[in-house]
Design a protein around this ligand. Structure first.
Ligand code: FES
Ligand code: FES
Length: 153
């Protein structure tokens, strides 16, 4: 089936089965490999993208459900104000260890700051709870989110 997708500001048409997860479309069809596969069952957050600005797990979201919505991936998140601040804060705080989970972490953190520009520790823990990091970078993630939030006027 043919689906019209709106990804990172560009229209894309893909011809794939309707139950194909958006993650496979992004990675295998469109070559947007910044979004990662971790668990495949919405438990780790590695595959997080934004659907109309909200964080979603692309490993379970079907292409049919994503069609017609605005999708943003890690490749374009720096084009948003919050995404640019988060990415800079990630660099400044040297958050990343192996890196595998970090696309999802940045997508989740950006969605948090877009909704709540000055989150508390509890807000951060709440918003980021579904994003697992096997390297245990949680303390630096929290620090980086506070740093990004402090860049606000
Ligand atoms: S790969 Fe989607 S949540 Fe783990
Ligand atoms: S940085 Fe290695 S899994 Fe998070």
């Amino acid at each position: 089936m043919s689906f019209d997708l709106h990804i990172n500001g560009a229209a894309q048409t893909v011809d794939v089965p309707s139950d194909m997860p958006l993650l496979w479309v992004l990675r295998d069809i469109l070559g947007l490999t910044g979004t990662k596969y971790g668990c495949g069952v919405a438990q780790c957050g590695a595959c997080t993208v934004h659907l109309d600005g909200a964080p979603v797990r692309s490993c379970l979201l079907t292409v049919a459900a994503a069609a017609g919505h605005s999708i943003t991936t890690i490749e374009a998140i720096e084009q948003t104000e919050a995404g640019a601040k988060v990415q800079q804060a990630w660099l400044d705080e040297e958050v990343i260890q192996c890196g595998y989970c970090q696309s999802g972490q940045i997508m989740a953190a950006t969605a948090l700051l877009q909704n709540n520009p000055h989150p508390t520790d509890a807000d951060i823990d709440d918003a980021m709870a579904g994003n697992i990091c096997r390297c245990g970078t949680y303390v630096r993630i929290r620090k980086a989110i506070h740093r990004a939030a402090s860049q606000d006027a």
